[in-house]
Ligand binder design. Structure first.
Ligand code: NAD
Ligand code: ZN
Length: 245
């Protein structure tokens, strides 16, 4: 139950953050890693989204990404993504941090997005490091060559065991330590850094709300857990916030 008193507190927030995980895209038909449909040819994501897997068999890893790129390209943003866009319009100081690589937040119209784990429609050269779009689905050649130097490209994604971009992380921490309100949506909390980011906001005193049909590792830390699908819960919250005087 979200009382009007709680809503008023949220409405008065000056600076807010939304942290999303794979769950917000589940209603768009994109499988989460840990739910049903998380397996591909009997591989778990944790066995493919690693630098070791890529070193061992780059074509296999690229084939998996081709399958996922096709799913992402065909998917459409859902009411949860659109509610995040509307939430942004209610707060001048807003930032969206997403673990998702599917590009759906951008396609829905979100402006202030930090893609913590990269984007599935972007490649990066393993030699010269240049970052380039991978617009074609499917790609004409696997592994795709770097457009600058012809060496092998890899997905521009932070894989399991890899470090994050220091600048992005530093800015995220600074921002999250100063928010009044944080929504954590559709994340299981199995990946360390996003959990740390949410905890930094909570430790600094932000009011924290989780939206997830299941319990997550953050459930115990948040002020309010809303159990359900983000595409069903979030639009209602945003409408009430918008209409509150
Ligand atoms: P996860 O797969 O570990 O967890 C998904 C969470 O979403 C679960 O807690 C589940 O209960 C919840 N969920 C399921 N349906 C939901 C709904 N309709 N509304 C709200 N919540 C729902 O995902 P994660 O925590 O994001 O971590 C996995 C990693 O996998 C991330 O690093 C992410 O980059 C990557 N990933 C991305 C995508 C994507 O881009 N769409 C998809 C799969 C995995
Ligand atoms: Zn190159």
């Amino acid at each position: 139950m979200i009382t009007n008193a709680i809503l008023k507190q949220w409405k008065q927030a000056k600076r807010i953050a939304v942290l999303t995980g794979a769950g917000i895209s589940a209603e768009s038909g994109i499988p989460t890693f840990r739910g049903d449909g998380g397996l591909w040819r009997n591989y778990r994501a944790e066995d493919l989204a690693t630098p070791q897997a890529f070193q061992r068999d780059p074509v296999l890893v690229w084939e998996w990404y081709e399958m996922r790129r096709e799913v992402c390209q065909k998917a459409e943003p859902n009411p949860g993504h659109f509610a995040v866009v509307e939430l942004e319009s209610l707060y001048p100081d807003f930032r969206l941090f997403t673990q998702n690589v599917d590009g759906l937040h951008k396609r829905a119209g979100s402006q202030s997005i930090v893609e913590l784990h990269g984007n599935i429609f972007t490649g990066r050269c393993t030699k010269c490091g240049c970052i380039h779009p991978l617009d074609e689905v499917p790609l004409p050649q696997l592994p795709p060559p770097c457009p600058e130097c012809g060496s092998m490209a890899r997905p521009h994604i932070v894989w399991f065991g890899e470090s994050y971009d220091e600048r992005i992380l530093g800015e995220a921490v600074a921002y999250l330590r100063s928010v009044d309100l944080i929504f954590v949506i559709g994340t299981s909390g199995q990946v360390t850094v996003p959990v740390y980011l949410a905890q930094e906001a909570i430790r600094a005193g932000a009011y924290s709300v989780e939206i997830n049909p299941a319990e997550s590792t953050l459930s115990e830390s948040v002020d309010l857990s809303l159990r359900g699908k983000s595409g069903e819960i979030l639009p209602g919250i945003v409408a009430r916030l918008r209409d509150l005087n």
